[in-house]
Write a protein that binds this ligand. Structure first.
Ligand code: UDP
Ligand code: MG
Length: 322
């Protein structure tokens, strides 16, 4: 039987770009599947949109049996929505893509070509990010550097979620059941034969990004704490270093008092040292809190998302094994 490729699209309040997305991606998919002798499906996940996205998706699914729609019960965030999409995709290869056309669908042709030549994962690398603001580019570069310093395996800078994954990779990723899902990290963690394809990231076609800087910061903290315990362990080293320094400092004071006496002085030093050390302790506690909080959330073992409804054409369903 012909192989199937699944395109997974998370959507949150995307009524402005949705029709443009389908209008552009469907011809591309038709071209690819014809060229390589494949079938395609699109798994669209509505991540609890508050606009007409869900209704529009239902109409599209009703008109096109190759479109499966997963409606989440509320907004669970992009990582959870993508997980839902991966779980409902049945393709031999799966391609997650953003709906705002920042990932040009035409690149998928190259993805599929590489997959046919034996790659198990083909990662899209954003060559030129001039479509993003300078602040976003700088903070994202800093994040990648920090992540790669602290976490193994690292993730290539400028890689996004836009990529092709063979079924073996998707199944491996879905075996990672953690609640805190930093997908780029999970994709890298499973390994497999990976190739890279460069592309130019386009401007958002319409609508606006829902990622505030606060949300990006949380995302960054999730990413790093999900893959590294260095932030937790570094406090022992810091404490150790400070203890040694304090000891040396103490000896210095004793010797000084013995040689030139002990006039009461050094109040500012005292205050500074106390404030500095209590500040450090607070930070250490805070970092511990980050991990304990995550431990707590993971311990509940809640599902990553809740789906309200899955719309899949009957013909397609009976052909599947689940
Ligand atoms: N998205 C989602 N849930 C959210 C936020 C975003 O499914 O809570 C989707 C969104 O619809 C889009 C993709 O994730 O398909 C990327 O979002 P966006 O373009 O806002 O992010 P950016 O490109 O700025 O990183
Ligand atoms: Mg975008």
């Amino acid at each position: 039987m012909a192989k199937l490729i699944s395109v997974v699209v998370p959507m949150f309040n995307e009524e402005a770009v949705l029709d443009g997305f389908f209008a552009r991606i469907v011809p591309v998919l038709d071209g690819i599947t014809e060229r390589f002798g494949l079938n395609w499906e699109i798994v669209a996940v509505d991540d609890g949109s508050r606009d007409t996205t869900a209704d529009r998706l239902k109409e599209i699914a009703a008109a096109n049996p190759a479109v499966t729609v997963v409606l989440l019960a509320r907004n669970f965030g992009k990582e959870a929505a993508m997980t839902a999409g991966l779980e409902h995709a049945r393709g031999d290869a799966v391609i997650p893509i953003d709906v705002d056309l920042q990932d040009p669908p035409e690149v998928m042709d190259e993805f599929v070509q590489r997959w046919f030549n034996g790659a198990e994962m083909v990662v899209g690398i954003r060559l030129d990010r001039s479509a993003d603001t300078p602040v976003k580019r700088t903070t994202s570069r800093l994040f990648y550097q920090l992540f790669n310093l602290l976490c193994r395996p690292g993730i290539p800078e400028n890689a996004g979620d836009f990529r092709l994954m063979d079924r073996v990779v998707v199944d491996a990723v879905l075996r990672l059941r953690e609640t805190n899902r930093f997908m780029k990290g999970l994709f890298a963690w499973v390994g497999f034969k990976t190739e890279y394809v460069e592309f130019v990231r386009e401007k958002r076609s319409a609508g606006s990004s829902t990622w505030s800087y606060m949300r990006l910061l949380r995302f960054a903290i999730d990413g790093i704490t999900g893959f590294s315990t260095v932030p937790l362990r570094m406090w022992s080293w810091l404490g150790f270093t400070i203890a040694i320094l304090s000891f040396v400092y103490g000896v210095y004071f004793v010797v000084k008092a013995l040689i030139i006496g002990d006039p009461v002085a050094g109040f500012p030093t005292l205050v500074a040292v106390i404030l500095f050390l209590s500040g450090m302790q607070m930070i250490g506690l805070g970092v511990m809190g980050e991990y304990v909080g995550r431990l707590y959330m993971e311990a509940k073992q809640r599902p990553v998302y809740i789906a309200r409804e899955v719309i899949r054409s009957r013909a397609e369903t009976s052909a599947s094994s689940d």
